[in-house]
Ligand binder design. Sequence first.
Ligand code: CA2
Length: 148
Amino acid sequence: MKKSLLILNGPNLNLLGTRQPEIYGSTTLADIQSSCETHAKTLGIKVTFDQSNHEGALVDAFHAARGTHDGVILNAGAYTHTSIALMDAINATEIPTIELHLSNIHAREAFRHQSYVSRAAVGLICGFGAAGYALAITAMNDYLGNAT
Ligand code: CA2
């Protein structure tokens, strides 16, 4: 069966491409979704793309992913740095998760250096802008291929 990945985006990422292009680039989230779908097709896997501004909805998405998706690529936005609930959801559902950020969070303000998501994720990709999504899809595809 085709591998299925959930690409989950957190708060404010729906605004991508409209503000702060010097930090987050000028690509919109719709552009990113379309390039993820194209990349997934070349790998022969399925991707589902989602975004929410609400912490609980992101937790719900992890619960719903059980039995549906083989892996999650998570750009949790600012919840990365605050959400024990999201970290617990990753651990509780045991779905392999790659943490993703457009910017290099370790080169930015000190409050962005702390990541609860990192404690539960299998790995982290950050600092490559929108290209990071394709890198994360490839990494998760390889990880699942080796792990299962
Ligand atoms: O670099 C990333 O991908 C982040 O997850 C983006 C979050 C930030 O809080 C994290 O520390 C790193 C912020 C997303 C905000 O997105 C915007 C998009 C357009 C305009 C303003 C913000």
